[in-house]
Design a protein around this ligand. Structure first.
Ligand code: AMP
Length: 566
């Protein structure tokens, strides 16, 4: 039986990747530049064409006002991110990136794809998750499953080492930190608990180094607006260099002046101490929720680019009293796991024995009032589904009216762990009409159902004999409305893409790269020449020249393609 292809996407803060389930295993797809990772950067070139990935990343420093990176941090917020004079939401920038990854997968497969599994930080809240779905929709993708990132990495790891084991996935990416505790037995990959911090990642370590650099040369603070991108790039380079040496140097030249720095591990540790301390709490929380002690764990698995930092590895070793494992390439593990999940969605025989169970990492509930010392006080949180409950889950609780002749009840849905709702996140609200009766006589039964996809359904019924009505959450702060989505689709479609990034040209570039890597000697040199001519035509951005050249290149390549493995 053949199945429609489902792709797996790791939509990362720093880099993104796309994978396919092919011939019984997950594999990453190379982009048109032949790279497995696509920088999560979107920009505009000087003619107003959209640039995505490496071509945009290269302009981060030189054209900061025309380039956006790390936009994943703003998913589900109203933040306006500027590219020149144009405003974008994080969902829209993510959509442009997703569209590119979709095209890369299509070039590799030679067919259109619609369905995708997209990974999200386990600790992303409901609004951020919906934002990822919306980004997928804007990119023309049907998001069949949102998969928690550490769960994805665990799936990839689980297939690598298929035996009974309990482990903790420690995933520190560019912008987020996720911890998951996994119990693997008889083909079941069971997530026992997830925890994390959506505001902690490698980028914060880079920022701490920026602060250290400014403390070394305080005069630079006055020039910060202009110097920030260059300073940030130097800080990033220092951070990565310190992953393979005890000290590292950087220099910044600006308007005839040069500033120099030499950073060693001790200074880095001092400036990063507050960040390293923040790594502890989610670990303890996850262990507590899973009812595990440190001794129950067979090992600790590192995932995410920032776990390359020796300081982070030492902190993990100290926290757990043992050295962590880093068997998986931290940059690729999540995307590979998304590919495994894609295989499971396609019901491939190679993964039919694997069962994945996941948890919901945060509590969900409603606002209630309390009668305390003779007074009615509002603003309290009544959890319906407690964090780290296995998914899917459906739970019900009853609430009653509190005022005489009350005709409606405002139902406000929150997510979080705070006792008072002001400390939690408002997910949405709705109004339910009730018959006017004395206080406490009308009761409402509220049912929350949370699916494996990570979507919440709220049902509300009014006691005996009255049919339950499924209520749509009307107002969700941060969520794009249907109309906004429709407008955004038009806006994104109208954006000009650099010819190099168009699907047909990317596909041809990928074909050429594949042929080049297969051939040898004169034939290889000839392909090189043909592809250089095509790249030159693309750089001209003249549609007529490009189309003529594309035809010639297609014909030329096809003469050599006989015998190239597909
Ligand atoms: P990810 O989101 O998993 O791709 O992780 C990206 C983060 O990993 C960024 O903050 C990078 O600066 C960081 N990173 C990547 N390589 C290294 C390295 N060699 N040393 C330290 N941090 C790194």
């Amino acid at each position: 039986m053949t199945h429609k292809h489902v792709i797996g996407i790791d939509l990362g803060t720093t880099n993104s990747a796309v994978s396919l389930w092919l011939n019984g295993h997950a594999q990453l797809v190379a982009n048109a530049q032949g790279k497995l990772l696509t920088p999560s950067v979107v920009g505009l070139d000087d003619s107003g064409n959209i640039l995505i990935g490496e071509s945009a990343r290269q302009r981060l420093q030189s054209h900061p006002h025309l380039t956006q990176a790390s936009f994943k941090r703003y998913m589900g917020s109203e933040a306006q991110l500027m590219l020149g004079t144009q405003r974008f939401r994080a969902e829209e920038l993510s959509a442009l990136l997703l569209r590119q990854l979709k095209q890369d997968a299509e070039s590799a497969l030679g067919e259109h794809v619609h369905d995708a599994v997209i990974t999200v930080p386990a600790y992303f809240n409901e609004i951020q998750r919906r934002a990822v779905k919306t980004a997928g929709e804007l990119a023309g993708l049907n998001v069949v499953r949102l998969l928690n990132e550490p769960t994805a990495a665990s799936l990839a790891f689980g297939l690598l080492e298929n035996r009974e084991q309990k482990y903790l996935t420690f995933d520190l990416g560019g912008g987020t930190f996720d911890v998951s505790i996994i119990d693997m037995f008889e083909g079941v990959v069971e997530v026992r608990a997830s925890s994390g911090d959506v505001m902690l990642g490698g980028d914060d370590f880079t920022e701490a180094i920026c602060q250290w650099m400014l403390d070394q040369h305080p005069a630079l603070r006055q020039r910060l607006p202009e110097l920030k991108p260059a300073l940030h790039a130097q800080a990033e380079q220092l951070k990565c260099a310190l992953s393979s040496g005890n000290s590292a140097s950087a220099a910044l030249e600006w308007q005839g002046q040069t500033w120099r720095w030499t950073l060693d591990e001790a200074a880095l540790a001092e400036y990063c101490r507050p960040l390293l301390e923040r790594l502890q709490q989610p670990v303890q929380q996850a262990l507590h929720d899973a009812r595990f002690s440190l001794h129950d764990l067979d090992h600790v698995l590192l995932v995410g680019g920032a776990t390359r930092m020796p300081l982070v590895r030492q902190t993990v070793a100290r926290l757990f009293g043992r050295f962590p494992r880093h068997d998986l390439n931290p940059d690729e593990a999540v995307a590979l796991g998304a590919g495994v999940q894609a295989g499971m969605v396609m019901a491939d025989v190679a993964v039919e024995d694997i069962v994945l169970t996941d948890v919901m990492p945060f509590s969900l509930g409603v606002e209630v009032v309390k009668q305390q010392y003779g007074q009615i006080e509002d603003g309290f949180f009544l959890p319906l589904i407690e964090r780290n409950t296995f998914l899917p889950v459906s739970k019900m609780k009853s609430v009653s009216t509190v005022y005489n002749n009350q005709s409606q009840v405002e139902l406000k849905v929150y997510q979080g762990e705070g006792r008072r709702v002001k400390d939690n996140i408002l997910l949405g609200e709705m109004t339910v009409s009730v018959p006017p009766r004395p206080a406490g006589e009308v009761s409402l039964e509220i049912r929350f159902t949370y699916t494996l996809d990570g979507l919440l359904e709220v049902e509300c019924s009014q006691g005996e004999g009255v049919e339950a009505a499924r209520l749509v959450i009307e107002k969700t702060p941060g969520q794009m409305s249907e109309q906004q989505i429709a407008e955004s689709l038009q806006r994104l479609a109208a954006l000009k893409q650099h010819p190099r990034d168009r699907a047909e040209n990317r596909a041809l570039l990928a074909r050429g790269a594949k042929l080049y890597s297969f051939l040898l000697g004169d034939e290889r040199a000839w392909v090189d020449e043909v592809m250089s001519a095509f790249e030159h035509a693309l750089d001209s951005q003249d549609a007529r020249i490009i189309s003529q050249m594309r035809e010639q290149v297609e014909q030329a390549l096809s003469r050599f393609e006989n015998g190239v493995p597909q």
